[in-house]
Structure formats: C-alpha cells, structure tokens
Design a protein. Structure first.
Length: 166
C-alpha cells in the first residue's frame, strides 16, 4: 500500500498500475496559511512557485543592473557637455564683457555649478547603490548658499512679483 498524506493521518491506496499516471500527486508538502489551515501542495506546485520566485528575482536583478548602467552612462553624457559649458563660462569671465552682459555671468556660473552638483549627486546615488560611496564633509556657509540661489533665481522671482528676504 502507498499512503496519501491527509490531515490527521494517511489513507491507504492499493499499489496498482492505475495510479502510475499520477505519481506527482502522491508526493505532497504541507503549507500553513495565515489562519492556520493546512493546505496540500504537490511537488509540481512547489516547483512552479520556486521557478516563479526565481524568475521574479532574476527580473529584479536585471532591472537593477540596467538602472545602474543607465545612471553611469547618463551622468557621463551630461558631465561632458556641462564641463565644456563651464569651461567656456570661465573663459568668458576673462574677457571684456559689456556692462549690460556682466550681471548675467554670475548667475550662469552658479547655475552651471548647481547642475554639476546635481549630476554629482546622481553619481553619488549610484555609488551608494553599489556600496562604493565615500562621505567627504565640507564646511559651508548657509548665507553663501542662499546668495548663490538668489543670484540664480532672482530674475525669475522678480518677474513673478516676489522678493527674497533672509
């Protein structure tokens, strides 16, 4: 006799060729639900669940790797032209600029620096994800940050009828 597992014991089943087509049903595992009821799952069900879990895990790892490659490529693609813009801004500072154009130089430089910092933050995020982030503390004056922000956004703020107060 071969036993089929059930709650409370086993039921004998005659060993016969009539049951040869369902050997997978004879192998069961017990799994408990949250409410405590017992469920019988065939090995086939368990194998399917394990495969689905592995497929989902593989898909998540592939998505993570794609995201990391994207961040690395995107930050490089942004940094290169940004470096060129920043270089030309520095060159312009060394030339004769009209009195009318001069007030625009500082906000443009500040905006370029801010954009560079954003790209660097993206790179830091990428490094954090792969476990290669190093912290470099720096001294900073809040008033300098606010003045830089004011010089960059001042025209926009004034055009909306607003003003900075700090």
């Amino acid at each position: 006799y071969v036993g089929i597992g059930m709650v409370g014991g086993a039921v004998p089943v005659p060993d016969s060729s009539a049951f040869a087509f369902v050997p997978i049903l004879l192998i069961t595992s017990i799994m408990y639900e949250v409410q405590g009821r017992q469920l019988f799952l065939t090995t086939r069900d368990l194998q399917r669940m394990v495969k689905e879990h592995q497929d989902a895990k593989d898909e998540a790892l592939q998505a993570r790797d794609s995201e990391r490659r994207f961040f690395a490529l995107m930050s490089h693609e942004i940094r290169t032209p940004l470096g060129l813009v920043m270089g030309y801004l520095e060159l312009l500072k060394g030339t004769k600029i009209s009195a009318e154009q001069n007030p625009f130089m500082e906000p443009m430089s500040a905006a370029a620096d801010m954009l560079k910092n954003i790209v660097n933050d993206l790179l830091d995020h990428f490094k954090l994800q792969v476990g290669k982030f190093l912290l470099h503390p720096q001294v900073c004056k809040i008033s300098d940050l606010l003045n830089t922000w004011r010089s960059m956004a001042g025209t926009l703020v004034q055009s909306k009828g607003l003003e900075f107060r700090f």
